[in-house]
Design a protein around this ligand. Sequence first.
Ligand SMILES: *Cc1c(COP(=O)(O)O)cnc(C)c1O
Length: 389
Amino acid sequence: MTNFLMGNYSPLSVEFKEGAGPWLIDNEGDRYLDALSGIAVCGLGHSHPSLSKVIAEQSAKLIHTSNVYRISFQEKLAEKLTALSGMDNAFFCNSGAEANEAAIKLARLHAHNQKIHEPIIVVMQNSFHGRTMATISASGERVQDGFKPLLGGFKHMPYNNVEALEDYVKVSENIVAIMIEPIQGEGGIVVPNDSYLNSIRNICDQNNLLMIVDEVQTGMCRTGKWFAYQHEGVLPDVVTIAKALGNGVPIGACLAKGKASGYFLAGSHGSTFGGNPLASRVALEVVTILEKDGMDEYAAKLGRYFMNELNQSLGGMKGINDIRGKGLMVGIELENNCTNLVAKALEKKLLINVTSGNVIRLLPPLIMKESEIDRVVSILTEILKEHLL
Ligand SMILES: *Cc1c(COP(=O)(O)O)cnc(C)c1O
């Protein structure tokens, strides 16, 4: 390890030099099965041939021009994403945090337009929206330590608790938006009740609040639908995406509908790199492949298979509290801290993640085969037996 990097990461010593599909190969030539996808990024797996081709092609032609000029790949990407999401238009940036920054700024403009001078955005306890000052202010306490004073104007409420939300909205003025993850990812794969987003939609409608859904981790077919809110058939006012949008090439987007789609005017927001020809073309190719291959339905089907296999192998095992998730976003909650399982799995050539201390997080590439899912389950079972029994 080097002293020339800041201390905010503590990487494992393994280094991967190449990958193909759900497999990664380290410097020694050993093969690992990837059940994390670079944290929900490489939905189409590693080194997807059509993506590699468009990256090579586009980089040889033109990488960047700036938003001073028209970028037709960006326009096409916006057209595709709005059709798939039910939104009206898009702003492109380079990460999830930036997509959420844009969403927060839309909420501020929603307030400004109503002459609300001290607006409040309701956010959730235990949430995660990114690492910028505004997005850590919107997130749960875990990421705020040491960074005070935070940005004001956020009120944290308990997740999956409609009653508390209704009570708060009833007695408070100046609320302009509710911002929420449809499933809390970093928070431990917390899946709310089936009608939760519908209830939030109703509260937003009754009080003229923007409903902002952070789909940075759940979006792009991960949960078995293009966007997780589609499981409930609701339409938010603002949707943010990033992670899997470029399959590893950095790009994020803030999508908006109705009123919210008209708040950004020339000069009111921007990004130097956002939606440049390279990133836009790659994301357009990602969307095209996901659509052509029906990856939303495939992820739903493979997710059901995965959940069944996990329940059969691990269900009822002492020390396991819960196995939950949607599509290919799965969490296994243990009774006790299990961060050491990441290294145990690595020894057995499986890549997993532990979040919230005691939740094994599994985010396999959407393109996995059933036989590869079987392998994930059998290695996990082996490790968990050693760990728990
Ligand atoms: C990862 C994540 C973010 C932050 O994305 P970055 O690209 O790291 O800025 C925001 N929201 C959710 C739900 C995420 O999972």
